[in-house]
Design a protein around this ligand. Structure first.
Ligand code: FEO
Ligand code: CA
Ligand code: CA
Ligand code: CA
Length: 610
């Protein structure tokens, strides 16, 4: 009798029997959803298996030192897996294949730690080793991973393994390269920058490179209040640069983090970085054509004529949703021809009209108010000060747009607006139809359909797909789950990262359910069909340990494995002080790590951690 070894995370479409075929109008999701919980470990449903792939401090290169919390410095950390893993991109090996058992993970490291990264940490006076370890702990990792009978493992010493840190030289490319605002004492030409950090969500291009969004970069540049009043100070204020000392005090040792001493350095952050994981010698590039905002991520979708759209949210309360469209189609037959495709194109910002239509407003110098009379002298000004350009164009101010993804089956685009408690019922910060709830503590998800299903379109239609919160809690009303019977859903809050499986089901990673202001339970990855009779039927697939948020959910091409980053487990505690979690071990420190979830052949272990 013919048997199959494939173990999908949902009922596989192609292997469906008559009964399953009858269910194909539904989602194919078969797992038994979890309940909200405060479990100490990482929890997956019955029948699924979890294994740790790699965690903070694990050695990447052949000679890298093993993790030692008491021996941290820049040199060690720069050859080890970084801190606070976020976005995950799986790139099959070899390049161009759909191999789902061997590939490269490109991992964002959103932030360094302070009191949860080091023992004996003094906020105002970190040591040089602590600062250097922090600088080396951010950015990206590329790491080869392989599926074995015992689960997924990473390959130490792989020729592909590399780190991009806060010190890696990165090219600045596109229209803002060489602009006056981009010039510093280190880089008088304005074309090379040291480092990338606050790498949050990201994306993958059709030609097999990784995109990484630089998000909350302003927290790393300090002492803005010491700048004299004027244009420069206003420009940095609009992005929220730190008025006094920063939380990490990198400025104690390096002048580039001290705004009065190096006032233009901050303009060199807030970009989307492109990295080719298949070529370890290739320089990462900051693609300035995509604009400078607090990029949550960068999700690609190919338009009908082969041009590539990149959707990106500016994650701050009342900021906007953007889309970049390349000038040229991508070339599926010549990878090298796509190398600098992202340097030419049009950046748009979204206006969500009250009647359910929407417009992509172009950020083109000379268009409408984007002119010298409003302070824009050239296209570089428009891109470097993209928030000001969006202000001038009247783009819709959203409730913290985080991850955006296009459904690979339907082409519809989904936008996670994670929350905005500053939204008011009326006034300048008042509700609108796209951000319909005052004190929006649970967030919502918008469904966007491009005109003609064309990602290069300049018009769209939109509607609310989900208003998060508990359907039975009066303060959360109104709630809405795609029209599904809300008594059957697992309520969610604060949708952050997004992924889709091959059947077009949405997988949502929450960041804030742990807050006492929302549910006070562990954050989770929630699966939710978006079409058919189960549209809006949200069910919890896995939950992360206390203090953590799940980030970067990413499937292998065959959907047999779901990778999840566990970011900042134990947040709220300090080493040697309050313990919130020591996951994945039983003693300090907790370590942000990547896990792989697969369908278990047998019973399988359900949890990691104490
Ligand atoms: Fe880095 Fe918006 O989460
Ligand atoms: Ca995020
Ligand atoms: Ca995503
Ligand atoms: Ca987050």
């Amino acid at each position: 009798m013919k048997t199959t070894r494939r173990r999908f995370l949902y009922a596989p479409l192609l292997l469906a029997g008559p009964r399953a075929l009858a269910q194909q109008a539904s989602s194919g999701l078969t797992f038994r959803g979890l309940e909200h919980n405060r479990e100490p470990g990482f929890v997956v449903p019955e029948g699924y298996r979890l294994n740790l792939v790699i965690g903070w401090g694990d050695p990447l290169t052949a000679g890298a030192p093993s993790f030692d919390v008491n021996a941290q410095n820049g040199a060690a950390q720069s050859v080890q897996f970084g801190y606070n893993c976020d976005h995950l991109g799986y790139f099959p090996l070899p390049s161009g294949s759909d191999n789902s058992s061997r590939g490269l993970l490109v991992v964002n490291h959103e932030s360094s730690g302070t009191g949860l990264m080091f023992f004996s940490y003094v906020t105002a006076t970190p040591t040089r080793d602590q600062v250097d370890a922090g600088l080396a702990s951010v950015g990206l990792s590329v790491v080869e991973v392989e599926r074995t009978p015992n689960g997924w493992v990473y390959v130490q010493g792989s020729q592909f393994n590399r780190r991009v840190t806060g010190e890696t030289v990165i090219e600045i490319s596109g229209p803002a390269a060489g602009a006056d605002w981009m010039k510093t004492s280190y880089d008088p030409a304005g074309t090379r920058v040291r480092g990338s950090w606050t790498n949050c969500a990201g994306g993958k291009t059709p030609w097999g490179t990784a995109l990484s969004g630089e998000e909350g970069f302003t927290g790393y540049f300090g002492n803005l209040s010491q700048l004299p009043p004027g244009e420069l100070r206003d420009l940095h204020t609009r992005y929220g640069m730190t008025a006094g000392a920063t939380g990490r005090r990198w400025e104690n040792y390096y002048s580039r983090f001290d705004i009065p001493r190096e006032p233009n350095e901050g303009f060199r952050f807030g970009w989307v970085v492109e990295l080719d994981p298949y070529d370890p010698s290739s320089p990462p590039k900051k693609r300035t054509a995509l604009g400078r905002v607090k990029h949550e991520g960068a999700a690609c979708r190919v338009a009908q004529d082969g041009r590539v759209a990149v959707y990106t949210g500016d994650d701050q309360a009342f900021e906007r949703v953007y889309k970049f469209v390349t000038s040229r189609p991508w070339n599926p037959n010549n990878r090298a021809a796509n190398r600098d495709l992202l340097d030419e194109g049009t950046l748009y910002v979204a206006r969500f009209n009250e009647d359910g239509t929407g417009d992509w407003l172009p950020l083109i110098w000379g268009y409408g108010p984007l002119a010298p009379s409003r302070g824009f002298r050239n296209q570089a000004d428009v891109l470097i000060h993209a928030r000001l350009a969006a202000d001038a164009l009247g783009a819709t101010r959203m409730d913290r747009p985080e991850d955006i993804e296009a459904n690979p089956v339907t082409g519809k685009v989904y936008i996670n607006c994670t929350s905005n408690t500053g939204r008011t019922a009326s006034g300048p910060n008042g509700t609108d139809r796209a951000n319909p709830r005052a004190n929006n503590r649970h967030g919502h998800i918008i469904e966007l359909v491009e005109a003609g299903d064309n990602s290069a379109a300049t018009e769209f239609r939109w509607s609310i797909f989900m208003l998060c919160g508990k359907p039975n809690v009066r303060e959360d009303q109104p709630t809405y789950y795609g029209g599904y019977d809300m008594s059957k859903v697992t309520p969610i809050s604060t949708p952050d990262n997004l992924a889709f499986d091959n059947l077009g089901n949405m997988w949502i990673a929450t960041d804030g359910m742990r807050s006492t202001g929302t549910f006070g339970v562990n954050d989770a990855v929630v699966a939710c069909p978006v079409e058919g009779p189960e549209r809006g039927y949200a069910r919890m697939f896995c939950s992360v340990p206390p203090g953590a948020e799940p980030t970067g959910p990413e499937f292998t091409p065959d959907n047999e494995t779901l990778f999840v980053s566990v970011q900042h487990p134990g947040e709220g505690g300090t080493l040697g002080g309050t313990v919130v979690s020591n996951w994945p071990g039983n003693s300090e420190p907790p370590r942000a790590s990547v896990v792989a979830i697969t369908k278990a052949a047998g019973a399988g272990e359900r949890r990691i951690g104490s």
